[in-house]
Structure formats: C-alpha cells, structure tokens
Design a protein around this ligand. Structure first.
Ligand SMILES: [Zn+2]
Length: 360
C-alpha cells in the first residue's frame, strides 16, 4: 500500500509488471509447445514408408513399423493396451525368431513386453529408450501353458528375479533355462546389448562355463529384474540412425560389475520428482525427420502392418498407395535386401523395402 502511494515508485512498478507479464508469456509459450511424448503417444498406427530409424535409442522415431502379432506359436504380447508392440521389421522378426529358438531350447515361449510405439518417439510412461523400434523387453517369466486372456495380460504380474536388498538373484527362481534364454538372445549378431539387473549379470558371471564371450553383450543396469531388454543395432536403410558405442571386449564381470554391489548406484534420488527427459522433449529435441514421421499418413489398417514374416503384409501394403511424407524419409533409404536381416530361416521381410542407393 505504501509503495503504491509513492509516486516515484511508479516507473519501477511498471517495469516490474512488464517483467512479470513477459515471464508469464514465456511460461505460457513453453507450456504451449506440445510435448513430443503426447504427439507420439497419440499415434495408433505407423507411418507408411520404408523401415527407417531416425536418431538414437533414447531420442528418435521411426517409419515402416510393423506390429508383433498379439499371439504366435511361441509368444504372447503382454500389456496389449499400451500399444507398444511395434518395431522395425528386423526387430519384430528377431523377436519371433528368438521365440522359436527359445522354445526349441526348452523355454515354453516368450512373454513380450514393450517394444515401441507405432512411430516410436518418447513414451508417456516408462522407458527412456525404445524410441527407434530397435529395443524390446522380454519377461523373465516363461509363457504359461494355457493361453492368457487379454485381461490376464494386462493384470498378470511378472516375477521379480532379484532380491531388492542384496541385489542378488533369488536362487530359488533362477534356472538354467533362464541362462539359455539370455545366451540365445545374445547369440544373434544383430543384438548389440542385453540389459539385465546387476544381480542377473552377476549370476551369469558366476555360473556360465565354456564359451563366455556372449557375456560381453549382457550389460548391468537398474531395473530389468523381471524382464531383459534386447537391443539390436542400427539397421541397413537407416543412415540417420545413431549407433551406440561398442561394448568393451571383456566379459564385464570384473570391476565395472563390482561397482553395482557398492552403495553408490543405489543412493536414493535426491530429486525424485524432477521431470525426466521424456517429459520435457519437444519436437525440437528430436531429429528433424521426426516431424515428417509424425505428419505422415497412417498405415491403411492394423492388419496391413501386422508382421507375419511372409508375403501377407507385403501384399496388403503394396496395394495401398505408399505415402511419402517427406523427402528425407523417402530419399535416404539405403539397401535392405531380403538377406540383410541375416536371420537365416526367417522369411524375407514383408513390407515395401527401400531400394539400394545408387553406387552403394
Ligand atoms: Zn526396455
């Protein structure tokens, strides 16, 4: 009150008010900028274009996604309501191959968790990565013998394999079949990394005999105590895909693993409510191609882009005009010949494939 009554304070007040208004405007502008997770999270279908990943596992998007069928002879999709069973065709083909191979190894079948959103991008909840169609979570719980209903897939809880206090695997739960499953997943040349809880890595370090070279790909990380995370490398035809640093050559059972069994990695987060990167990312933070990926036409139907490892998808999609959302998407595709996926017995990928780049 006294401030207002002083005439010489008026200019100061005006200036202060102006500043406040500016700050409010700026805040409004920031909050009006849509979050990338809202935009990508709203997409129900992939962008029809050759399969191509843009950016990095934790900062990107992709086109040409295909859906892993809800059920297969050796897998079931979990938490189907999330609509995260989309991946680069090479990723989806590999999940199916792992399911078959694991079954042959004696694992009853895969419960498949999140892969990606139809066009990738940041997600509303969970995961920093899984954004370019090259990451998949597989439960460490074997597929039950009786088919799960859709309701059960939403509600069934996974088995926690690790003691939360000691960070060691619960010995009563771990079986040689778990080891075989991880070894099989690590055996594929496409798989660059498998993330598991440090307790699981330690269990493997302590028990695997014979060939231990595959342990190099098994990387300890927080969480990953009821599922493992399988990551494949950038695929042919994705020049804009940013590769991850190679893993060191050794088995990773030494010092770096020991660190996980110190207090340091488990200190409580000082600021647990701080927003995560995925909560802040706008389109400006993603590769510029992601704008076109977002704007591209939807695939004609879910059936047309559900992966069946064969010609059905190719026919269904080929009959539709293929949207070319942007030059960056249609012009930069390099070769993805049928054999490039290198999943030996897997049939050729049944979606429109980019043509080889001239002179490449
Ligand atoms: Zn994951």
């Amino acid at each position: 009150m006294t401030l207002l009554s002083l005439p010489d304070r008026k200019p100061f007040l005006t200036a202060a008010l102006a500043l406040v208004t500016l700050a409010a405007l700026a805040a409004a502008a920031i909050s009006a900028e849509p979050r990338a997770k809202d935009l990508f999270g709203a997409k129900k279908l992939p962008a029809v274009a050759p399969a191509q990943s843009f950016g990095f596992y934790s900062k990107g998007c992709f086109t040409g996604g295909v859906a892993l069928p809800m059920d297969g002879p050796a897998w079931e999709v979990m938490r189907p309501a999330r609509n995260r069973r989309w991946g680069h065709p090479a990723m989806v083909a590999l999940i199916e191959k792992l399911a078959r191979d694991a079954q042959a190894d004696g694992w009853p079948g895969l419960l498949v968790g999140d892969v990606s959103q139809p066009r990738g991008g940041p997600m509303m909840t969970g995961h920093a990565s899984h954004q370019i169609g090259l990451d998949a979570d597989i439960w460490l719980t074997p597929m039950p013998s009786r088919p799960l209903t859709m309701a059960q897939r939403e509600s069934m809880s996974a088995t926690l394999m690790v003691d939360e206090k000691t960070h060691l695997v619960k010995d009563a739960l771990w079986t040689p079949a778990h080891t075989r499953l991880l070894r099989r997943a690590a055996s594929y040349p496409e798989v660059e990394r498998i993330l598991v809880n440090p307790g699981i890595k330690k269990k493997l370090c302590d028990t695997v005999t014979g060939d231990r070279s595959w342990l190099r790909k098994i990387r300890p990380f927080w969480g990953h105590d009821y599922h493992f995370h399988m990551r494949i490398g950038c695929q042919p035809g994705s020049p804009g895909c940013k590769a991850q640093e190679a893993t060191p050559d050794d088995d990773g059972c030494g010092k770096p693993l020991a660190w996980w069994f110190t207090e340091e990695p488990w200190r409580p987060n000082k600021n647990p409510d701080a927003p995560k990167a995925r909560d802040l990312m706008t389109m400006a933070n993603l590769p510029r191609e992601c704008q076109a990926v977002l704007a591209a036409a939807d695939a004609p139907s879910l059936a047309a882009v559900t992966y069946h490892g064969g010609s059905a998808v190719a026919v269904a999609v080929a009959e539709q005009p293929v949207a070319e959302p942007a030059e960056t998407i249609s012009s930069s595709g390099a070769a993805l010949p049928a054999q490039a996926s290198a999943f030996a017995p897997t049939p050729s990928i049944g979606i429109p494939l980019p043509r080889p780049r001239p002179g490449n």
